[in-house]
Design a protein around this ligand. Structure first.
Ligand code: PMP
Length: 398
């Protein structure tokens, strides 16, 4: 008997399955709104000019490819910290933040989860309902029990504030609360400054451990604005975790560039925490890859390239916002039997459009427009060429 004869087929990833179906579709008018990447106006994943410049310089320098330190490139880790906590952060000045380069935001979440498992082996992990589908799987694979707190309110297409607070307050003491710092995936619904304060207090009262996931810094309202939740927690005196990613903001998806940052109570604690985080990394993949992080570090640490990157990021953010606005206007112009104004209020690449699974299925079969069955659409996949056909189709299936 084969070793693998009892191995069952794992369920297909629903979003990757969607892309396979899209690729097989021969209709020239097809549109894939199911993706989780930013496309430019030409419908392509951009290569940012700031990235291209840094890559050219890197190739010209004939940089050797030795092993990096376990926690990654120092200049990169420090640049990440400034982006998250601000140039004038007291926490950074005090040496209380530990940052390790990670394999994308996903890798940061996994290293953080593995470290937390050693610290709080019996803790419950709470994620938003709904959340990025990998959140649950990641923490479960690290050995945690995962449950959700109420988050999205379908009736208002906004936040279920009261439900969220009630569920966080009902968690057993010292639970781990995973929060999307900005640009919530999949809903596009974010917390206001006041909501964040209330969530922070509920977390403080319960003695919970906040874990902020920030995968879209700069895609919402701006680089600094999108870090507001991180800054609020930084001022709170709590210890917390932050997983961050440059997949979107640098359009470096496949290079796997992210970081795990942990806020500790003292410099001494930070040194001990870093030593344990390094142990987790060492036994997983030893040390991170060189290319993406060195490019990001060059861009962030060069005034010219940084200004170029900020302009390119602002352009991506602006294009998403103008697509949101245009979608609302065109749906109204096409006589859609529903008000979509909420789409312009949401932030980041995604929108919970409010379309039912049945309507999503009709979009696919009748119009070749692909969206996730939950109604999640990627607004960053819209452009001036496909906008009117998409909005016409949506108006028809309502
Ligand atoms: N967190 C959230 C909320 C995400 O949406 C994503 C990516 N889609 C990630 C983390 C992971 O990003 P990365 O590709 O950098 O691993």
């Amino acid at each position: 008997m084969s070793l693998f004869s009892a191995v069952e087929m794992a369920p297909r990833d629903p979003i990757l399955g969607l892309t396979e179906a899209f690729n097989a579709d021969t209709r020239p008018t097809k549109v894939n709104l199911g993706v989780g990447v930013y496309y430019n106006e030409e419908g392509r994943i951009p290569l940012l000019r700031a990235v291209e410049e840094a890559e050219k310089a890197r190739i010209a320098a004939h940089a050797p490819r030795g092993y990096l330190p376990i926690e990654g490139i120092g200049a990169y880790d420090q640049a990440v910290q400034k982006l998250l906590f601000g140039n004038d952060s007291a926490l950074l000045a005090d040496g209380r933040v530990v940052t390790a380069q990670a394999l994308g935001g996903t890798g940061a979440l996994k290293v953080g989860a593995d470290f937390l498992k050693r610290l709080l082996p019996d803790a419950l992990v709470a994620i938003s309902d709904p959340s990025w589908e990998n959140h649950r799987a990641l923490f479960e694979s690290a050995g945690f029990r995962v449950q959700s707190y109420r988050y999205y309110d379908a009736a208002s297409h906004g936040l279920n504030r009261a439900g969220m607070l009630e569920d966080i307050k009902a968690l057993p003491a010292r639970s781990i609360v995973l929060l999307h710092a900005c640009c919530h995936n999949p809903t596009g619904v974010d917390l206001s400054g006041d909501d964040w304060k209330q969530v922070l207090e509920a977390i403080r009262e319960g003695g919970h451990v906040p874990f902020l996931d920030i995968a879209y810094q700069g895609f919402g309202d701006g680089i600094e604005e999108d870090a507001a939740a991180v800054r609020l927690f930084a001022e709170s005196g709590l210890q917390f975790f932050v997983s961050s990613s440059f997949s979107k903001s640098f359009s470096l998806y496949g290079e796997r560039v992210g970081a795990l940052s942990i806020v500790t109570a003292s410099k001494d604690e930070a040194a001990r925490v870093l030593s344990q985080v390094k142990r987790v990394i060492r036994t997983n993949y030893s040390n991170p890859p060189t290319h993406g992080a060195s490019v990001v570090a060059s861009v962030l640490n060069s005034p010219e390239l940084r200004a170029l990157w900020e302009a390119e990021l602002a352009e991506m953010r602006g294009r998403i916002q103008s697509m949101r606005q245009a979608m609302v206007e065109q749906l109204a112009a096409q006589g859609a039997k529903r008000d979509f104004a909420f789409v312009a209020q949401q932030r980041g690449m995604f929108s919970y459009s409010g379309l039912s699974a049945e309507q999503v299925e009709r979009l696919r079969s009748e119009f070749g427009i692909y969206a996730v069955a939950t109604g999640r659409i990627c607004v960053a996949a819209l452009n001036q060429r496909n906008l009117s056909s998409v909005t016409q189709a949506i108006a028809q299936v309502l």
